[in-house]
Design a protein around this ligand. Sequence first.
Ligand code: ATP
Ligand code: MG
Length: 174
Amino acid sequence: MQIRRLRLSGFKSFVEPATLTIEPGLTGVVGPNGCGKSNLLEAIRWVMGENSPRSMRSGGMEDVIFAGTASRPPRDFAEVSLQAEADDGSDFEVMRRIERGAGSAYRVNGKDVRAKDVALTFADAATGAHSPALVSQGKIAQVIAAKPAERRMMLEEAAGIAGLHVRRRDAESK
Ligand code: ATP
Ligand code: MG
């Protein structure tokens, strides 16, 4: 899977709608401390289904919504859309939106889907919110300090078999 474009609106520090086009090859994001570089990575994680406030560096899931500054009022919703090219060459777009007091909703190619469908979309691509390809600031130290069971989970994700667990949990819940 190749991420082609990321759109953010009201997500963390990205209060105004912003579009990032990602060309093939290496993309670097540079900027001063606090300008939003890590927020971009978190947006990718979030649209792929991340639901742990801790890994979004927030207290609750609604904290991803722009909270306002001295000169700007807070927003009521946050929206992130990720357009990507699948391994078979087809394009797809995943969108997630969260509204204050109303929770979050997903769309794939413009159609409402369940969170589970989004998790399955990414589970087999070794991508997804918990992909080892997304390495947050401070994560390396965490890998070194991890307990064996946690490290095993990281290795399973890296090996691309974590998707099997998602499917098993799905099957067991039926
Ligand atoms: P560093 O170089 O220090 O790693 P960075 O470029 O990664 O910095 P981020 O951590 O992505 O910066 O951005 C932090 C900024 O995002 C802070 O200024 C913080 O106030 C802002 N921010 C985070 N969440 C929100 C929110 N919900 N509403 C408004 N601003 C937010
Ligand atoms: Mg950072």
